[in-house]
Design a protein around this ligand. Sequence first.
Ligand code: MF3
Ligand code: CO
Ligand code: CO
Length: 258
Amino acid sequence: MAIIIKTKEQIEGIRKSCVLARNTLKHIAQFIEAGVTTEFIDKKAGEYISSHGGIPATLNYKGYKHGSCISVNDVVCHGIPNSKTILKDGDIVNVDIATILNGFFGDTCLMYEVGTVGERAKKLLRITRECLDVGIKECKPGNKFGNIGFAIAGVAKRHGYSVVYQFCGHGVGLKFHEDPEVNHIDERNAGPVMKPGMTFTIEPMINEGKARVKIDKHDKWTARTIDGKLSAQYEHTILITESGAEVLTDVDEEYQKT
Ligand code: MF3
Ligand code: CO
Ligand code: CO
């Protein structure tokens, strides 16, 4: 399958969906505290998305039944919101939100800290965020997708962390998951060339311990580290422009348009 080059009109639609997804993450921050269930957070996210005219993209996606993924501590991704997972002081929590707005898709996630989080966990969050940022810096027309994963893996390894290779970033916009696969560990100059109008995610999952992930036998979704150590993830949706890139999910203007 080919990588879709989006039109101006499509990009405007994708941008709006990206803003809704990111604003949902901002909205739920107030509810994340010790004693709250992941089901409650999912409910708050779903209400926000629907009250702004959107639909969660994860709902009924390949049999997934929820409007968000909420992944706590050693859960790498695809944590299913539920009434038994109660947040406690010191937890690190990823909420991943993807939205459909007027048919267009946006996808973003970030980490939240519950109460007082330890230094080890704080460092993992900081470095994982840095991994996303060095990946974003590689985004410009003419560059190869492999350089994203090459840059990310370099930062992770320097800190003794491992990069999850069983999940990757992806084209996004007209569908939830489009070509290409965006690897978070890759070789220099591998993969397809970035071109203006491409929209895709970068969403590195970085582990304190071993890279390998196992999927829960019973629910078939929840992905955990095999050694029970912590994992973190940040995700943005990126647009390649004529001159560089724009982070479409960056509602706080944390990134420069290049
Ligand atoms: N939002 C995830 C991503 O970043 C995908 C979740 S798929 C689901 O690509 F089915 F688990 F929801
Ligand atoms: Co994604
Ligand atoms: Co996502």
